[in-house]
Design a protein. Structure first.
Length: 200
C-alpha cells in the first residue's frame, strides 16, 4: 500500500512470507494481517511487512527493492515501459469486463472485440491487462454475461494458466500455442499485464 500525505510518502510492502495482506485502521490503531481465506498455515510460517517512509514514491519503492533484491534496483526509462508510456486497456475490479462478457462471447473475446473497436476508431490501445478472471482459482468466480458478478470470496490461484471458460475453444488442429498466445496474436501481440493473486 502506497500513501502520500503532504510531503511524506509511506509504503507498506511484503518482505518475506508474502501473502495477501488486509490493512485497516481501528480507532487510533493500524492493524494488518493475512487475508482471511486461508484454510491452514504451515507450522513456522511467518510474514514480514516492511514500513518505508520517504519524500517520494520513487524513494520508498527503491528502498523496498533494495531490501527485497539485495542490491541497487535497476532504473528503467519510463518510455520503455508500455504501461507508463502508452494507453492500455484494463479489466480489473470495476471494469466493464471484470468477470462479465457480451452475450454469446467468452470474456477474452469480449475484451478483444472492444480493443479492436477502440483501435478502429483511432484510440491507440497498446497494452492489455488480464485480471484474475483469466487464471485458475481454488474456487472459481463464475464468468457471466453483463450483470453484476456473483459474490464469491477471492480464493488463491491454483495454476497461473488460462481458464477454459475464459477463452475461445482450442482450434481443431492444435498449433502448440495456449489460449492466451492465440488470443494475443489476434490482437497483434500487444504487451500484456497479468494479475497475480496469492497462491492457494
Amino acid at each position: 500500500m502506497l500513501v502520500r500525505t503532504g510531503a511524506l510518502t509511506t509504503l507498506l510492502a511484503p518482505l518475506a512470507g508474502t501473502h495477501e495482506q488486509v490493512i485497516a485502521v481501528d480507532g487510533a490503531t493500524l492493524r494488518w494481517g493475512w487475508h482471511g481465506d486461508l484454510d491452514e498455515v504451515p507450522a513456522g510460517f511467518t510474514a514480514t511487512l516492511g514500513v518505508y517512509e520517504g519524500d517520494s514514491p520513487t524513494h520508498v519503492l527503491a528502498a523496498w527493492a533494495r531490501d527485497r533484491c539485495g542490491g541497487t534496483p535497476t532504473i528503467r526509462r519510463r518510455d520503455r515501459n508500455p504501461l507508463t508510456s502508452h494507453l492500455s486497456y484494463w479489466t480489473d475490479n470495476g471494469a466493464a469486463y471484470w468477470y462479465r462478457t457480451e452475450a454469446g462471447q467468452t470474456i477474452a473475446a469480449s475484451v478483444g472485440t472492444v480493443v479492436d473497436d477502440l483501435r478502429s476508431r483511432g484510440v491507440p490501445v497498446h497494452a492489455v491487462e488480464l485480471d484474475s478472471w483469466f487464471y485458475r482459482h481454488e474456487t472459481p468466480r463464475p464468468i457471466d454475461e453483463i450483470g453484476y458478478p456473483h459474490e464469491v470470496p477471492p480464493t488463491g490461484m491454483m495454476e497461473w494458466l488460462p481458464r477454459s471458460d475464459a477463452f475461445d475453444s482450442e482450434p481443431a488442429q492444435p498449433d502448440g500455442r495456449d489460449a492466451i498466445e492465440r488470443w494475443t496474436a489476434q490482437l497483434g501481440n500487444p504487451p500484456l499485464a497479468f494479475h497475480a493473486r496469492h497462491i492457494s
